[in-house]
Ligand binder design. Structure first.
Ligand code: URA
Length: 237
């Protein structure tokens, strides 16, 4: 592959930015700086360094991020910290696959794989998203049945049937909700539709990938090969 494509794919910048790096002399191939952006390299055998650090070719990368409350799911924001401010891996091509509200915490996938992101988000693919929610009031069988039937949440079409498991109920209730879409404020709007308010919301799983209990809010790690394969296999409801 061309050297400039290699550098762009590993996140060193756009094609024009990496050309500049090459012309500045920041890049070496097999120890030599006498290189051109067009030159062909073999990512398996050639050693490419930028500012003295060896670069390893990985076209697509997948991170599990524990989004804390109070940061926005966007690449840039004028007022708040964004989720991308936490992912300091030196790549410029990453984006969040899906979104969580400012006050929602939990599992967010960060990747540069547009196809996977599309598949995870597409309602047609039915990928499960699981949330723990604290809800005001006593949630019971009536709400679980309404969720299972598919609720009118004010859109053109009702929300698809969702699974509601009641973990505890009382003045406030703890529940686990599983949905297969990702509409705007979906979980909060589903509870509104049955006259309840979400007090706290945390996403715990996407498909078969579960938020790692070893991560604290704001931390991330690469997906394991098994997790990556599970997401790509698109295990569904
Ligand atoms: N549903 C919501 O209401 N908010 C989220 O952040 C995610 C799902």
């Amino acid at each position: 592959m061309r050297l400039d494509k290699f550098l762009a794919d590993v996140g060193m910048g756009t094609r024009s930015e990496v050309k500049r790096l090459i012309h500045q002399g920041a890049v070496a191939v097999n120890g030599s700086g006498r290189i051109s952006p067009k030159q062909q390299i073999d990512p398996k055998h050639d050693v490419v360094c930028c500012f003295g650090t060896e670069l390893h070719y990985q076209k697509y990368v997948y991170y599990m991020f524990y989004k804390p409350k109070g940061c926005v799911t966007a690449r840039k924001d004028k007022t708040h910290k964004t989720v991308m401010d936490y992912i300091d891996v030196g790549r410029t091509d990453l984006f969040p696959a899906g979104r969580l509200d400012l006050d929602t915490e939990g599992l967010l996938l960060i990747t540069n794989d547009g196809t996977l992101a599309h598949n995870l988000l597409s309602p047609a693919k039915h990928v499960r998203k699981t949330y723990l929610a604290k809800v005001d009031g006593c949630v019971g069988a009536k709400e679980a049945e309404a969720f299972a039937n598919g609720l009118d949440i004010g859109d053109d079409t009702p929300a698809k049937p969702a699974k509601l498991v009641i973990l505890s109920s009382g003045e406030a209730s703890d529940v686990e909700v599983t949905i297969t879409e990702g509409r705007y404020h979906q979980v909060k709007r589903m509870f509104h539709a049955v006259g309840r308010e979400v007090l706290a919301l945390k996403r715990t799983a996407i498909g078969d990938v579960t938020l790692d209990a070893a991560l604290s809010p704001g931390e991330f790690r690469e997906l394991t090969k098994e997790e990556e394969e599970a997401l790509k296999a698109g295990k569904r409801e």
